[in-house]
Design a protein around this ligand. Structure first.
Ligand code: ADP
Ligand code: MG
Length: 624
């Protein structure tokens, strides 16, 4: 409002001047010019224009209106100063007084000088007309400037709008940029971590570079090696071809030599058998047990340089007194005499030749004869320690080892083990594992091809030494023992371990079959000495009967008698295929070195000598 009033100020002052006097109005008209100039200045001055733009509609009134007012007032004055019909002259004077008009010349015309006055008036009118014309021109220029100002205003409004638009865009951009700022913070933290990673990766890169260098060096050396090996390989291939030729030749040689080996093996068997026959198909070995109290026996003398002789000496009291005592000596000779210090290993060496014969297809029978406590079981079975092992475990070991070697020459073997006890002329299966009250009875049967079998007996297929050892342990559990006053733990029965061997060389169509019988005989002591009675007496009678019959059978075989009384005892009947013409027999006579065993020792040695004197017909291998 104040600005509006202020902007209208020049117009208001002009109005006041015109209402006061016409001369003044002329002045006031001239006074208007500064106001118009001011207006123009506003339009032309950019500062002022800015202020005006800022105020918007509240601009100063356009000069047109002010000029219009000015003209209206002037007109009224002119009309008022017009001639009046009633009082024309005074009126004119009064009008002149009332509305004094400044004379051009400044001097007042006399009342009569109407013509002068009209001239003045006309001058004034032309003056006013000029002024009107000027004002109109000014008005026109003002209109133009208004139009320009309007244009500028519109321009500025559009500029302003543009600026607003830009501002809002900038605000939007600002908002967006604040998001960008956050992102920038995230990105900068990411950048920091990436820089860290880069640092780590750079380190790793360095390490890898070093590694690569070392690997390249390694590769280089490997490549060198490779080239060396490639040349070695080509050399080897040449050698291989040569070797293949050699192998081919060698294979032919091997085939030829295998034939030769087989022929050699068959020849060896024959020669081996010839040697055994020359040694005698029945052999007797004497073994002297060491004294249980230690030291040396007085009555058993073993010549130092003869391992086949033994002398039993006894001093007999003379009827005429001490001085007449006589020394009685009994000389014996056997295939071999083993003194008390000879170890199991050395004893077996002699038997191993017969074990080989068993593998070659000959029946072999080995007895241990002697009084209870003389060392029969020790000789046949021995102890568990390696150097205490007796004939049976060593023979089994030899057979399995030898059969393994023969397998390389195309031989296949099957082994069947059985273990029988003959007690009181009754057979018992020592490999029986059933209930004691359900033990079956056994009978000895002889087949058409002279093979002897026992009914209901366990014939156990065995494939290894261990399996046989387990069977021996089982047999020992089953074995019946009885107490006598001579030996608390002596066997009162014969035990027969039998290993049936069947061999086949299918490639050469050769088969062989044989039996290895290892017999631990019952004690040979006489009945009266053991002072046995009742059942014990019966036992002793059975034992002595079978042992006597064994002697008779061997003697009959030696004499080539037509009738051999195998059936007289279960022992000889069971062993008939292993005794005589088709077999090799070895008898150990075990003797006790104690003085009180002298009569039994003499008895045993006499029995063994009888057997030793027998010559059994030449054996032939059971070849098919
Ligand atoms: P048998 O079977 O004839 O009744 P043993 O074989 O049981 O006799 O022997 C009786 C005792 O003598 C056993 O303790 C055995 O260990 C021992 N013995 C037998 N022969 C020998 C020997 N050659 N060396 C050492 N000890 C032996
Ligand atoms: Mg015994």
């Amino acid at each position: 409002m104040n600005k509006e009033n202020h902007s209208r100020l020049p117009v208001m002052s002009g109005k006041r001047v015109l209402s006061a006097s016409s001369s003044e109005s002329i002045n006031s008209c001239s006074d208007q010019q500064p106001a118009q100039k001011k207006m123009r200045r506003v339009d032309s001055d950019p500062k002022m224009r800015q202020t005006a733009s800022a105020t918007g509609a509240k601009r100063p009134l356009p000069p047109k209106r002010a000029v219009a007012k000015l003209i209206r007032h002037t007109g009224a004055a002119t009309i008022a100063a017009g001639p009046s019909r009633g009082f024309q002259k005074p009126s004119i004077a009064s009008v002149a007084k009332a509305a004094p008009i400044a004379a051009v010349g400044g001097s007042r015309r006399p009342a009569w000088d109407l013509k002068g006055k009209v001239t003045d008036m006309e001058g004034k009118i032309s003056n006013y007309q000029r002024k009107v014309k000027t004002v109109a021109q000014e008005n026109e220029s003002l209109k133009e400037s208004v139009a320009k100002s309007r244009q500028k205003e519109a321009q500025m409004t559009s500029d302003l709008q543009e600026l607003h638009t830009q501002l809002s865009q900038y605000e939007l951009e600002m908002a967006a940029l604040s998001g960008v700022k956050e992102q920038l913070a995230i990105v900068s933290s990411e950048k920091a971590s990436l820089a860290k990673n880069l640092c780590n990766l750079t380190d790793e890169h360095k390490v890898l570079l070093g590694l690569r260098e070392s690997l390249e060096a390694e590769l280089h050396s490997v490549q060198t090696q490779l080239s060396v090996q490639a040349s070695t390989l080509s050399r080897c291939q040449t050698t291989l071809r040569e070797t293949q030729d050699t192998v081919h030749n060698l294979e032919e040689t091997v085939a030829r030599q295998t034939d030769e080996i087989h022929c050699g093996e068959m020849e060896r068997r024959e020669l081996h058998n010839t040697i055994q026959e020359l040694k005698g198909n029945i052999r007797v070995f004497c073994r002297v047990r060491p004294l249980q109290a230690g030291g040396q026996s007085d009555h058993i003398q073993l010549p130092a340089h003869d391992n086949k002789a033994l002398t039993l000496a006894k001093t007999e009291e003379s009827h005429i007194g001490r001085s007449g005592d006589t020394q009685k000596s009994y000389n014996f000779s056997f295939d071999r005499v083993f003194g008390p210090s000879i170890p199991q290993k050395d004893v077996f060496e002699e038997i191993s030749l017969l074990v080989q014969s068993a593998l070659d297809g000959y029946n072999v029978c080995c007895f241990a004869y002697g009084q209870t406590g003389s060392g029969k079981t020790y000789t046949m079975e021995g102890g568990e320690m390696e150097d205490m092992r007796g004939v049976i475990p060593r023979a089994v070991q030899q057979i399995f080892q030898a059969s393994k070697k023969l397998r390389e020459q195309g031989w296949k073997f099957t082994f069947t083990a059985s273990f029988v006890e003959i007690y009181n002329e009754t057979l018992r299966d020592l490999l029986y594992t059933g209930k004691a009250n359900k033990r079956p009875e056994h009978e000895i049967r002889k087949s058409a091809n002279n093979e002897v079998t026992v009914t209901n007996l366990t014939y156990q297929k065995v494939n290894s030494e261990d399996e046989v050892c387990n069977l021996i342990a089982l047999a020992n559990q089953n074995r019946s023992t009885a107490r006598t006053n001579m030996n608390d733990h002596s066997s009162r029965s014969h035990s027969v371990f039998q290993l049936d061997i069947e061999g086949e060389n299918s490639g050469r169509d050769v088969k062989c079959k044989s039996s290895l019988c290892l017999v631990d005989l019952a004690g040979s002591e006489r009945v009266q000495k053991s002072q046995s009675q009742g059942d014990r007496f019966k036992e002793m009678t059975a034992i002595n009967g079978s042992l006597t019959n064994l002697g008779i059978v061997i003697a009959a075989l030696a004499n080539k008698e037509s009738y051999i009384p195998y059936r007289n005892s279960k022992l000889t009947y069971l062993l008939q295929s292993c005794l005589g013409g088709n077999s090799k027999t070895l008898m150990f006579v075990n003797i006790s070195p104690e003085a009180d065993s002298f009569p039994e020792t003499l008895n045993s040695l006499r029995f063994a000598s009888k057997v030793n004197d027998c010559v059994i017909g030449t054996a032939s291998a059971n070849r098919k």
